[in-house]
Design a protein. Structure first.
Length: 244
């Protein structure tokens, strides 16, 4: 649902010869296996600590997007239903239009059929990244005098998981701040927690953006999003010219 995933889809497809958009898009789902395996226990832990707001209390948070959806359950249900229907319609249209659509979708999920290779080449790498992020959260909590601990880091992870469910702002900005202030209200002052949340988000975003820029230049030889759009148009014209 995030606009960045559209750019990610195009760049990945463009960098793999003879690939297809259905295969590349379905390959993104492979990441979710690890994400769900980690997120579900963390969310259970967070909601049993007595500091995490319960879903009905989300409407009281000072975050417009999350509080609006929580205070309007009928609209939220309608929105989720509309998104689900739209996804089903897209899949149905593609299935009719492209005979090999489902075969290409299965291509993106092929690694899941090889358990050892998946654990070695996907799960282990995601686990290492998770540990690195765990350490980063710990040190940032210490740096802002909120307090680094396994419990606090787990709460930060839970907040990140909840905020990612409402992809209306970059990185869940706004939702994260409101949730963290509520979660750590008994640990540090609201100003301290807000400073930590904003500082952490800026630090991680700046690092990710810098690393992403290096990747764009080194791997894809792209220096601007204008060039991404131009490549997409060139590819579309080439596809139209090759079509019978």
């Amino acid at each position: 649902m995030r606009p960045g995933n559209v750019v990610r889809l195009f760049l990945t497809k463009a960098s793999i010869p003879n690939s297809s958009y259905p295969a590349v898009a379905s390959s993104f789902l492979v990441d979710n296996v690890f994400d769900f395996a980690v997120a579900i226990p963390i969310l259970i832990f967070a909601f049993t600590q007595g500091v995490f707001p319960k879903p009905p209390d989300f409407s009281k948070l000072k975050a417009f997007d999350l509080s609006y959806l929580a205070s309007h359950p009928r609209f939220t249900l309608f929105l989720l239903t509309a998104i689900a229907v739209a996804v089903l319609v897209v899949f149905a249209l593609l299935s009719i239009k492209v005979q090999a659509f489902w075969a290409r979708v299965r291509q993106g999920l092929t690694i899941l059929t090889d358990r050892r290779r998946y654990l070695r080449e996907v799960f282990a790498i995601q686990a290492a990244a998770w540990v690195a992020r765990f350490a980063a959260f710990w040190f940032l909590l210490e740096a802002f005098n909120v307090g680094g601990s396994v419990r606090n880091v787990m709460l930060v992870y839970a907040v990140a998981a909840v905020s990612s469910m409402v992809p209306l702002t970059p990185g869940g900005a706004g939702v994260q701040q409101a949730l963290l202030v509520k979660v750590f209200s008994g640990t540090a002052s609201g100003a301290t927690v807000a400073a930590y949340s904003v500082g952490q988000q800026i630090a991680l975003a700046a690092f990710s953006a810098g690393l992403g820029l290096i990747a764009l230049i080194a791997i894809f030889q792209i220096r601007s999003f204008r060039e991404v759009i131009q490549r997409g148009r060139d590819e579309q014209r080439a596809a139209q010219a090759a079509a019978p």
